[in-house]
Design a protein around this ligand. Structure first.
Ligand code: DHB
Ligand code: FE
Length: 278
């Protein structure tokens, strides 16, 4: 008798990579003499990762760097890094100059982020959208650590650059981010004797017709966690930036600010899409 066919839609790529993944996993079990007890412990751990909503978190901590590496191998323009688990699509659309949505009592020094989005030869690229997201000064992301109902799209926006390809965004300095310690991802890191910190950073996805989407981050210099990001390999030296502190009293008065503020200028370079031969 012929076995009933249960698969309705064949996906050759899935079959190929799943077989290889399974082969790699089986060899790993053989080589490391994984015990039945360890296998059960791993299954229970994965179940808990699912129950606590940490699937994206743990995968992005340990695996996404390599996916990004493969996707962007040999790419020109600004270097990429991981998206991470805290991107939210459809953030408010704004036009530069603008200020990111924030709570009335948003903590932390004001940061003026500016720059130009350019093609590889330096030409400015009007028509670009800069999708920005970041943690607040306490290292909390809106819609994850800060409930959406409390502060929808806090410190998130899709910013259209101006006709000179320039963006001018008023925001707040992000704080370093610590991965939640109460869940299984935090427990795993603790059991390996590793801290759970990411250095303070700003996230961006930059898109324009005719150019490859750029997903990257910029990291604040002098952050204590720059050398030991829990997401190994996410920090790249070309992405480390040095915000400039401004504390001249006359300047502050003029800007209607009572505390010192920071400025940061960083240009992004997009790579053109190469038209594929028909
Ligand atoms: C991860 C990425 C981030 O950008 C972040 O702020 C926290 C966690 C991650 O890769 O899991
Ligand atoms: Fe982040």
């Amino acid at each position: 008798m012929k076995a009933a066919k249960t698969v309705t839609t064949e996906d050759p790529r899935l079959s190929e990579v799943f077989d290889k993944l399974l082969g790699t996993l089986r060899n790993f079990i053989r080589e490391n003499r994984i015990t039945h007890e360890e296998y059960r412990r791993a299954v229970a751990f994965l179940a808990e990762v699912g129950q606590k909503g940490e699937v994206s978190l743990i995968c992005d901590v340990f695996v996404e760097v390599t996916v990004d590496e493969v996707a962007n191998n040999g790419r020109g323009g600004t270097i990429t890094t991981i998206e991470g688990p805290f991107y939210v699509p459809n953030a408010p659309a704004m036009k530069s100059p603008c200020e990111l949505p924030h709570r009335p009592d948003e903590k932390g020094p004001v940061l003026f982020l500016s720059g130009v989005v350019r093609s590889p030869n330096g030409d400015p690229l009007p028509g670009t959208i800069l999708d920005l997201w970041q943690s607040d000064q306490q290292g909390r992301y809106s819609h994850f650590d800060i409930p959406e109902a409390v502060a929808p799209y806090n410190l998130r926006a899709r910013v259209a650059v101006d006709h000179n390809g320039k963006f001018d965004v008023k925001t707040r300095l992000p704080g370093p981010y610590e991965i939640p310690k109460a869940g299984p991802t935090g427990a795993l890191l603790a059991a390996m004797g590793r801290h759970a910190w990411r250095p303070a950073h700003l996230h961006m996805k930059i898109g324009r017709q005719g150019y490859r989407n750029l997903t990257t981050q910029v990291f604040m210099n002098n952050d204590p966690w720059l050398e030991s990001d829990v997401v190994e390999g996410a920090v790249k030296s070309a992405l480390i930036v040095d915000p400039v502190k401004h504390d001249d009293p006359d300047d502050l008065r003029q800007k209607n600010l009572t505390e010192p503020y920071y400025t940061l200028t960083y240009d992004f370079f997009l790579e053109p899409v190469i038209a594929k031969a028909a």
